[in-house]
Design a protein around this ligand. Structure first.
Ligand SMILES: Nc1ncnc2c1ncn2[C@@H]1O[C@H](COP(=O)(O)OP(=O)(O)OP(=O)(O)O)[C@@H](O)[C@H]1O
Length: 298
């Protein structure tokens, strides 16, 4: 672990640890003495790992840079930029999102209102939809991989699991967010990303995943949400509830065919250009950001 003030690869001055995950440590760094803040992701230090595992983890870092290079034009996507090695550990740098991830967001604020949830998921739909139209699936959409900047923009991170739809790679996947067909061995697809996004929607709005991590290896469908979560589900705005349930349909053929369809439904819940501002009430940053974008779109 690096301490503030340490310099990575003779260039990046460490400011703070932002997070740690399975594939590495993420720091806020400054590029040189006066450069901008960036986030730097570096593979874990080597202890007794075998050489093959360590090489794989380094390859993952390089793979993310290569995918990031191909996805330069996707709005709302934090992509890896070329880095290098520090003491034998591979690293890359990326835009630093000044804000918080959705885990932190929900831990501090609790369940998110239906309108705010719709604004967050609608922004994600734009990013994920563009990723899909450029021929990729993300495969690891979850609260931990979503950041909200202080200006209300929502950013998707971590392209480490991204693949071309239909690729025969069946690993990765976070329990509870992974579509049942993928757990059972099918290739990831647009529909499996839509499923994960639906799980994220419910995790935001009722603080629980619909199938509570129980999709693994089940061949027959199970109903979402145990009885004790029904009241929370019923309390949601009906539009949000209906879209969410559509997204997490067990059979991929029953889900919305694209994130555009999802965004179109969610817009019904969101303020539009004609919505009068509520006197004396400053909209929260996510809604404000949404409104600014929506106005630009129309
Ligand atoms: N660009 C960034 N700006 C600000 N914070 C970031 C950024 N990238 C990552 N973080 C923070 O670091 C945490 C870990 O990042 P990331 O998900 O990339 O690690 P990981 O090792 O791939 O995790 P896992 O593989 O376990 O999902 C994130 O949840 C987030 O809080």
């Amino acid at each position: 672990m690096f301490y503030p003030g340490e310099v990575v690869d003779d260039r990046y001055v460490v400011q703070e640890l932002l997070g740690e995950g399975a594939s590495g440590e993420v720091y806020r760094v400054q590029d040189g003495e006066t450069g901008p803040d960036l986030a730097l992701k570096i593979q874990p230090p080597r202890f007794c790992e075998d050489t093959a595992w360590y090489q794989e983890s380094s390859d993952e870092i390089h793979n993310e840079v290569s995918i990031g290079e191909q996805l330069r034009t996707v709005p709302g996507l934090v992509r890896a930029l070329p880095g290098g090695y520090h003491a034998g550990r591979a690293y890359y740098v990326m835009r630093h999102v000044s804000g918080r991830d959705l885990v932190d967001f929900t831990e501090r604020e609790g369940a998110v209102s239906s309108v705010r949830t719709a604004a967050i998921v609608a922004q994600l739909c734009g990013t994920v939809g563009e990723l899909h139209s450029q021929g990729w699936v993300h495969r690891d959409i979850k609260l931990e991989n979503t950041l909200i900047a202080s200006d209300g923009q929502v950013w998707l991170i971590d392209l480490g699991s991204a693949v071309r739809p239909g690729s025969e790679i069946h690993l990765a996947a976070t329990p509870g967010y992974t579509a049942p067909e993928v757990v059972q061995g099918a290739a990831a697809s647009v529909a499996s990303d839509v499923f994960s996004l639906g799980c994220l929607l419910f995790k935001l709005a009722i603080m629980n995943l619909p199938y509570l991590n129980k999709t693994g290896k089940r061949l027959t469908p199970i109903p979402p949400f145990p009885d004790d979560l029904r009241p929370a589900l019923e309390a949601l705005d009906p539009v949000l509830r209906a879209v969410g349930l559509h997204m997490i349909a067990w059979d991929p053929a029953d889900r919305p065919q694209s994130t555009n369809v999802v965004a179109g439904e969610l817009k019904r819940l969101l303020p539009g250009p004609a919505t009068p501002p509520r006197p004396g009430r400053e909209p929260d940053p996510v809604l404000r950001y949404w409104l600014a974008e929506y106005r630009n779109d129309s």
